[in-house]
Design a protein around this ligand. Structure first.
Ligand code: BG6
Length: 489
């Protein structure tokens, strides 16, 4: 590939995401020469910043011990700030002429990325103004990147989508799910489809259940307003968790093209067993953290984190059993769990294989040790295979052993950050690791049923202490099926 030439326009440039993820990612792309040296970034927000203030902020967001001041200054000289009011016609006209000027200066051939990293109520109106004020009419391509949340439920997501689609074609829309940019999430497909050892066993004859955990130590932080309106199910399950399930469960695509992979993922999401209100309690568990101590520090319960959270019925934890009613997966539960203020920051997938028909060996604790394939998404990146082997010198006794592969140790460098890869993909026009509207719609339909059932009843919150692995009910969810969560620590 030629190095992409582009002007990146960031709506919401004074926000948290821009600072924590976007600026550092653009810097890495620049440093690793993944983008043309001739590029520009336009930051938009309401605040009346100057280019200099903006560049200072960008500079602070890049924490790279190896970079010299000169290097960072020449990088930030490509950043321009424009004070912007999304409801003002003049703002869009000025932006358009600024882009024209920058395209002249940097010879970026009219390629434009419009990155919406701001309050979702502006997504639709901005997309339409970009069209009506001619910002999409440059000589090159125009792409729209949209952050979450993509709607609040199926209905609002649908409305948002229709609004955006009036201005942009599906091929121009890049809906971000940053989990799809994680190295080991991308590795799920490779591990499955490049290994006969796994793929031949990857079905309901040989797999007993699959467990996907994404736990966080942090609480709601300063996002109470967003989070209390959202909750763990909208924040993590509708997008990240269901995307991982789709990658674990999909059929091999006939080719590794965007459309073929998407269509296999969509088939999984179509096969999710839809839950009735009466059944929700058998399949899903919600939780909210109470106070607790971690590393000797006293932590607040969710309802004490902000005044507005007192009495909140919002879940900060969710665990569920997802059934995929198709030929490959009939009868195999996919258990998921995710939450804030849990014991550890970790995202892991455990694939538990069925027992052999008869076990000839004693094991030490006379416990069964099923074969497990553990895919470590973060913070470790790698896979661990749990097998049984002879215990040395001990007669006919088997003991569990582990074969482990760690990404980081082998490469010796940090794998690229998710946003870095996704931004680069977008510049190259590769939408494989972005979510298509169909995926969004099926995920919302599944999640809506759960949320509707929950919204009509008051939960017994709080029900798990900060620093734990969630409420006991999440353990019972598996126990009643004869399974248990495999420890992820
Ligand atoms: C985001 C959620 O999508 O994912 C956050 O809005 C959550 O609440 C985050 O903390 C987790 O991402 P990661 O990459 O840290 O696992």
């Amino acid at each position: 590939h030629d190095k992409p030439k582009v002007v990146i326009v960031i709506f919401g440039a004074t926000g948290d995401l821009a600072k924590r993820k976007l600026f550092p990612s653009i810097y890495r792309l620049y440093q690793n020469e993944k983008i043309s040296k001739e590029f520009a970034v336009v930051g938009l927000a309401r605040r009346p910043w100057t280019n200099d203030v903006f560049r200072e902020n960008v500079k602070h967001s890049i924490d790279d011990a190896h970079a010299t001041d000169d290097d960072i200054d020449s990088f930030t000289s490509h950043f321009y700030y424009h004070s912007f009011d999304a409801t003002s016609d003049a703002s869009f006209q000025e932006l358009n002429s600024l882009l024209g000027d920058l395209e002249n200066t940097y010879q970026t051939e009219g390629n434009r990325i419009f990155y919406l990293a701001m309050a979702p109520e502006y997504f639709g109106p901005i997309a339409n103004s970009l069209k009506s004020f001619g910002l999409k009419n440059s000589a090159g391509w125009s792409r729209l990147v949209i952050e979450k949340p993509f709607g609040h439920d199926l209905k609002s997501a649908n409305e948002l989508n229709n609004e955006i689609r009036e201005a942009f074609d599906e091929e121009q829309i890049y809906r971000i799910d940053h989990y799809l940019g994680k190295e080991m999430v991308q590795n799920i497909e490779v591990i499955r489809f490049a290994n006969g050892l796994f793929e031949h066993l990857w079905n309901n004859r040989f797999i007993s259940n699959i467990q996907v955990t994404s736990s966080e130590v942090l609480g709601v932080e300063d996002r109470a307003r967003y989070y209390d309106h959202s909750g763990a199910t909208r924040d993590m399950v509708q997008n990240h968790m269901l995307q991982m399930v789709a990658l674990l469960a999909m059929e091999p695509p006939i080719k590794l093209t965007t459309d073929e992979i998407r269509s296999e993922k969509v088939k999984v999401l179509r096969a999710l067993r839809q839950l009735n209100t009466e059944d929700i309690g058998d399949y899903f568990v919600r939780g909210q953290y109470s106070d607790g101590t971690m590393d000797g520090k006293q932590l607040n319960g969710y309802q004490q984190e902000a005044d507005t959270l007192a009495g909140s019925n919002t879940e900060t934890f969710v665990a569920g059993k997802i059934m995929i009613d198709n030929y490959r997966w009939a009868g195999v539960p996919f258990y998921i769990r995710t939450g804030k203020r849990m014991a550890v920051k970790s995202t892991k997938i455990v694939v538990e294989f069925k027992d052999i028909p008869m076990n000839l060996y004693y094991t030490e604790e006379s416990k069964k040790h099923p074969n497990l394939l553990v895919i470590n998404i973060q913070p470790e990146e790698g896979i661990t295979l749990h097998l049984n082997a002879k215990k040395a010198g001990a007669g006919s006794v088997a003991q569990p052993i582990q074969l482990a592969y760690t990404n980081k140790e082998v490469d010796g460098i940090n794998t690229p950050e998710a946003y870095e890869k996704l931004l680069h993909d977008c510049m190259l026009g590769d939408a494989t690791n972005f979510t298509h509207w169909d995926e969004v719609a099926y995920s919302w339909a599944f999640v809506d049923a759960i949320l509707n059932a929950w919204s009509s009843t008051k939960a017994y919150f709080p029900n798990y202490p900060s620093g734990s692995m969630g409420p006991e009910a999440a353990d019972r969810l598996l126990e009643k099926d004869g399974f248990h969560w495999w420890p992820i620590i």
